[in-house]
Design a protein around this ligand. Structure first.
Ligand code: CLF
Ligand code: SF4
Length: 520
C-alpha cells in the first residue's frame, strides 16, 4: 500500500509520496532532490534541542539508537561470527546469540564475501536499510578476522551504511582501536551485572588467556573487561549502548546499579530486555524453570532507570541474521542462493532520495504530534497504556488479525510516549479467527485501555470490549501519536462528564515460548 505524507495543516495535499519514490527506484531512474518528488529535500534534519548535532547525525537513522527512527529505518545483520568466548545461562549455542536475538536458529552462516554481497542486495531492495550490524550468532570479537574483514568490504562498496556491532565485551578492550579504524560508530555491550557475586549465577564460564575460568573469578574478569571497554569507547567518541537481560530473582534489582555504572562511564543508551526463557530453547535458565519478567515488572525497572539517560524500549531481541524494520523479518527473501542470483545495483543517489522522503514524512509526524499536546493538563497524574497495530512509518496501518506485535504507548499529561511492544500469535489464521490466539493477544495487551487498528472484525471487537480493552478503528492510516492523543483527550472529556469511570488495568504477559504459525 502507498503511504502519502502530509505536511501540517494540509491533510489532503501529499508533499511526498513514498510509493512514488519507490517506483522511481524500481525503475532505476533515481530521484533527484530538485523538482517533482524532489520536494523530499524539505525534510528537516534538525535534531532534538538536547542533542549535539554530531550525535544526532549518528543516531537519526539508526533504528536501535533512536526510537523515532525505528518506525522508518531498517537494519540488517550478517551472521559471520559463529564462535563465542563465554557461556551465558540464557543461551543455547544452537540458537542465536541472546545478546541480540530471540530464540531461533540462524538459517545460514556467511563468509565476509557472501555478507558483502548480501548487504548490497538488501540495500538495493530496501532503501531505508541504513545500518549493518554484526551480532552473532556467537560474539563478533571472538571472530575478529571475519568481523573486520566484513566491515572492510562493506565500507568499500557501501560507504553510506552505518556499521554496528554487539559484543559480550570480554575481548572488547583489545579491539577498540580496530573498531575506530573501520568507523564502527555504534557498539553494544551486553552487561548483566557489575558484581561478580551476581555474575557467577549468569555465566558458568569464560574462555580467557587460553584458559577456561569459572565462577566468581570468571565473572570478575568479565565485568572488569566490559567496563574498561566501555570507557575506551567513550574516550574515542564511539556511541555505546548497553543491553541488559532482566532475570527476576538474579539481577533484576541489581540492574539499577548497572545503570548507574554504565551511565557514569558515558554509555549513550541502556536497553533492559526481558529474559526470554522456555524449556524448548534448551538453555540452562529455560530448563531449570527460571521465569522472565512480566510487562509491569519490566516497565517499572525501565522507568526507575530513566533519568538523564535514555532508555531503549523498542528492542525486538532480533535474530543474528535479521533483515528489515525492527519487528519484521525479511531474511527469507535474502538467502545465499537468492542473493547470488540477484543482479545487484547499488543506487546511492536513489537511496538518498528515498531517505530524504522518509525525513519529510517523519517531520510531518512530529508536527502532527505537537499539534495535539494542548489540553492534556486535564490528565493530571493519570497515565494509561494503549496498544497499536502498525506496519511502520508511525501510522496505524495494520489489521488486528494480521498483527504479529502491538506497539505500546503511554498516554499522560506529557503526551504519547512509546514504551514497548508485545509479540503475539496471529489472530487471523488463513482467513478465520483463532480463539486461542485471541486469548494470547488479550493476555499480551491486558494492561492497555484501548487497541488502535486499521480494521477489526466483529468477533474480536466484542471479546476485546468484554475484556475491558476498547477497539479503536476510526483512525486508520493516520499518525499513531496524534490519533492516540485525540482519543485520550476524548477519554478525559468523557471522564470529566461522568460518562465513564477510570479503571486501572492489570499486568500483562511477555511472550516466552514459540509463536504459532505466522503465515498471513
Ligand atoms: Fe543490530 Fe544491535 Fe546494531 Fe541494532 S540490533 S547490532 S544495535 S543494528 Fe537493536 Fe535488535 Fe535490539 Fe539489538 S533491536 S536486538 S538493540
Ligand atoms: Fe550466547 Fe551471546 Fe552469551 Fe555467547 S555472548 S553465550 S553467543 S548469548
Amino acid at each position: 500500500m502507498t503511504e502519502a505524507v502530509f505536511p501540517e495543516g494540509q491533510s489532503s495535499q501529499p508533499a511526498v509520496d513514498i510509493g512514488d519514490v519507490m517506483q522511481k527506484l524500481a525503475e532505476h531512474k533515481g530521484c533527484g532532490t530538485e523538482g517533482g518528488s524532489g520536494k523530499a529535500s524539505c525534510g528537516s534534519s534538525a535534531g532534538p534541542a538536547d542533542m549535539a548535532p554530531e550525535i544526532w547525525e549518528k543516531v537519526k537513522n539508526h533504528p536501535c539508537y533512536s526510537e523515532e527512527a525505528h518506525h522508518h529505518y531498517a537494519r540488517m545483520h550478517v551472521a559471520v561470527a559463529p564462535a563465542c568466548n563465554i557461556q551465558c545461562n540464557y543461551c543455547n549455542r544452537k540458537y542465536d546469540c541472546a545478546n541480540e536475538s530471540r530464540p531461533g536458529v540462524v538459517s545460514e552462516r556467511l563468509t565476509p564475501e557472501q555478507a558483502s554481497k548480501k548487504v548490497l542486495a538488501v540495500a538495493s531492495t530496501i532503501p531505508q536499510m541504513t545500518v549493518l550490524g554484526i551480532a552473532g550468532p556467537g560474539d563478533p570479537l571472538a571472530n575478529p578476522g571475519k568481523t573486520f574483514e566484513t566491515f572492510r568490504l562493506i565500507s568499500e562498496v557501501a560507504p553510506d551504511i552505518k556499521l554496528c556491532l554487539s559484543t559480550n565485551g570480554l575481548a572488547l578492550p583489545d579491539w577498540v582501536d580496530e573498531i575506530a579504524k573501520y568507523k564502527v560508530d555504534h557498539v553494544t555491550i551486553t552487561i548483566n551485572m557489575v558484581d561478580p557475586e551476581i555474575g557467577q549465577h549468569i555465566y558458568p564460564w569464560i574462555f580467557w588467556e587460553n584458559k577456561r575460568l569459572q565462577g566468581y573469578e570468571a565473572a570478575k574478569i568479565l565485568t572488569e573487561r566490559q567496563l574498561l571497554g566501555l570507557e575506551m569507547l567513550t574516550e574515542r567518541g564511539i556511541l555505546a549502548k548497553i543491553n541488559s537481560v532482566m532475570i527476576p530473582g538474579i539481577n533484576d534489582k541489581h540492574l539499577v546499579e548497572v545503570n548507574k555504572a554504565v551511565k557514569s562511564r558515558g554509555a549513550f543508551l541502556h536497553n533492559i530486555m526481558p529474559l526470554i526463557s522456555a524449556p524448548e530453547h534448551g538453555t540452562v535458565f529455560g530448563l531449570n524453570g527460571q521465569r522472565g519478567p512480566t510487562a509491569q515488572e519490566l516497565k517499572a525497572l525501565q522507568d526507575e532507570c530513566e533519568g538523564d539517560m535514555n532508555m531503549m524500549r523498542h528492542c525486538r531481541q532480533c535474530r543474528a541474521d535479521a533483515v528489515g524494520l525492527l519487528g519484521e523479518d525479511r531474511s527469507a527473501e535474502f538467502t545465499t542462493d537468492k542473493i547470488m542470483a540477484m543482479d545487484v545495483e547499488y543506487d546511492a543517489k536513489g537511496r538518498k532520495a528515498y531517505q530524504q522522503a522518509v525525513e519529510s514524512e517523519r517531520q510531518a509526524k512530529v508536527e502532527a504530534k505537537k499539534s495535539e499536546l494542548d489540553g492534556l493538563e486535564k490528565a493530571g497524574d493519570k497515565k494509561l497504556l494503549v496498544a497499536v497495530a502498525t506496519k511502520g512509518h508511525g501510522i496505524i496501518n495494520e489489521h488486528f488479525g494480521h498483527a504479529k506485535e502491538f506497539q505500546i504507548y503511554e498516554l499522560s499529561a506529557k503526551g504519547a510516549k512509546f514504551v514497548g511492544h508485545r509479540r503475539v500469535d496471529l489472530y487471523c489464521q488463513g482467513g478465520y479467527g483463532e480463539e486461542d490466539a485471541l486469548d494470547t493477544v488479550i493476555t499480551a495487551i491486558n494492561d492497555c485501555h484501548a487497541v488502535f487498528v486499521s480494521k477489526i472484525g466483529g468477533c474480536p471487537k466484542a471479546d476485546l470490549t468484554a475484556a475491558g480493552i476498547e477497539p479503536v478503528d476510526q483512525y486508520a492510516h493516520e499518525f499513531i501519536e496524534q490519533s492516540a492523543l485525540v482519543w485520550f483527550k476524548d477519554y478525559l472529556a468523557k471522564l470529566e462528564a461522568g460518562e465513564i469511570v477510570h479503571v486501572d488495568r492489570g499486568d500483562a504477559a511477555i511472550r516466552q515460548g514459540a509463536l504459532l504459525s505466522q503465515a498471513s
